[in-house]
Design a protein around this ligand. Sequence first.
Ligand SMILES: Cc1cc2nc3c(=O)[nH]c(=O)nc-3n(C[C@H](O)[C@H](O)[C@H](O)COP(=O)(O)OP(=O)(O)OC[C@H]3O[C@@H](n4cnc5c(N)ncnc54)[C@H](O)[C@@H]3O)c2cc1C
Length: 559
Amino acid sequence: MSVIQPKSSKEAGGSFLFQPLGRRPIFTPEQFSDEHKLMYQTARDFCVNEVLPHVAELEAKSSDLMVRLVKRAGQLGLLANDVPEAYGGLGGDKVTSMLLAEATALNASWSATVMAHNGIGTLPIVYFGTREQKEKYLPKLANAEWLGAYALTEPGSGSDALAAKCRALLSPDGKHYLLTGTKQFITNGAWADVFIVFAQLDGKFTAFIVEKKFPGVSCGPEEHKLGLHGSSTCALILENAEVPVENVLGDVGRGHKIAFNILNVGRWKLGAGSVGGAKELLSKAVAYAQERKQFGKAIVEMGAIRKKLARTAANLYAVESMCYRVAGLTDERIALVEPSDPSYDRKVIEAIEEFNVEASILKVAGSEMLAQAADELLQVWGGYGFLEEYPAARVYRDNRINRIFEGTNEVNRLLVPGTLLKRAVAGILPLMTAFAEAQKSDHEGNDDRAAVESSKRATVFTLGTLVGHYMQSISDEQELLEALADAIIGCFALDSAFARAGEDENLLTLARAFAAETRPRLFESLRTALGAPAESRRRPGDAGPLPVPGAAVGRHRAA
Ligand SMILES: Cc1cc2nc3c(=O)[nH]c(=O)nc-3n(C[C@H](O)[C@H](O)[C@H](O)COP(=O)(O)OP(=O)(O)OC[C@H]3O[C@@H](n4cnc5c(N)ncnc54)[C@H](O)[C@@H]3O)c2cc1C
């Protein structure tokens, strides 16, 4: 594929699909600074020493131990990375945020609690709060004197979050908004002091900062969940809850900007958390497989077991490569914002938003990598894997929610091609130029680079072909968009895995193992997108025939 310059000198989100492999160096775990490593180690040590020994007590919820642990972590500065120094935080970079997400994920209940507090519960104020709101709330959230939560979902509106029914009315004296409604599934619901709540104000979707102690605020009972038994999940009930008018967060009617941009951060942290969870389980599975003997030898010597370990390692390597690439890109873009700029916070959140396609990719790829790891690695323990006292059972239960919250994987998959296409229409991404190139290009060798480039070219070719065929109505073709999303996710993963590996033989082994499974699946997804579903729905008068799958995508062969 020839070099197509992005519109600006900054890296545009989504450009991985259009740029040749390695055109720009990417940030990789091999570049972590000593400070990065220290933060990671401190957060990990806290989890190992303070959290893991007490998991049974945390899961029984027989005490307020989880709250005390969050507060202790807050006092140690482990929860303040994303809060600016001016408000009691550390003002750290996003690579550190990812590392902290990884380190907390040794226990999923701990991770969910911490992420709801210092991620979705605090960041809306960091990026959208007024100076007064930041001064009042951020220092107390940064050191966990107060716990935070995020209340978007309602009983009638989950994925369709903007259809929320919770309403806000101005009080007769004009001093308060009176919020009425129920928010469902709120992580930290029983423990939080401060909630970011979304409600309709005169039909305009708006965010509010709501304190637990405001009159009219209460919580429902704890939900009984499949997993995450140590976290709190309950409804937030608002009955004419009195919220001071100065607690509107951001602009009236602009709540969607807050809701969705904050979820982007949650999505890439979930990707990093999945890496942390899978690494821990993999190292335990390897140790067990070395020790467990059957038929006179350690099971780690058996090909069927080695395959599971190797597949997990390869998938983990790819997701980890994507995570730190995105963190690096985001940090690079944030570094371009002048700290004295009065619109600094808005520009930082715009820098984060730039990589929203990548955020959805990390969420889907991370959660599904961990799901596969939990399932396959449980098998390494055989019957013991099914017992609670061995490590795989908890991960098996706990990881399931990752495919549901922070936007379901269905919704995130649809966002991947949907957002890329919007960016192409806006002239940010050169889809049509790349499509024309993809039609002309043929194989350019048989090496790793050629394999990645042909995967991307075939994906661009398919995307362009389907857009040409369906035009606007492509947004109704969900099965096709999901298949396209899988191919695009595969492209980002392959590109990141090989860009990170460079000439390093060990990393190349991982990248090649990943590619060996991913590329055939990627081409299968493209054939699905171009093939049968579209054929079966074609009606007389529709646009002309799509290319024959084997001919179009077969030109860029999988193997
Ligand atoms: C343990 C836990 C913790 C949570 N924490 C929080 C929290 O802290 N704050 C908060 O606000 N929420 C939280 N949630 C809520 C979570 O974000 C929602 O459950 C999630 O967004 C899905 O909404 P829903 O459950 O209403 O499912 P629905 O939206 O009803 O979806 C049902 C199914 O339909 C699919 N679907 C829906 N729309 C589409 C579409 N357009 N195209 C294709 N498929 C679609 C979904 O993918 C899903 O498979 C939590 C949930 C749980 C279980």
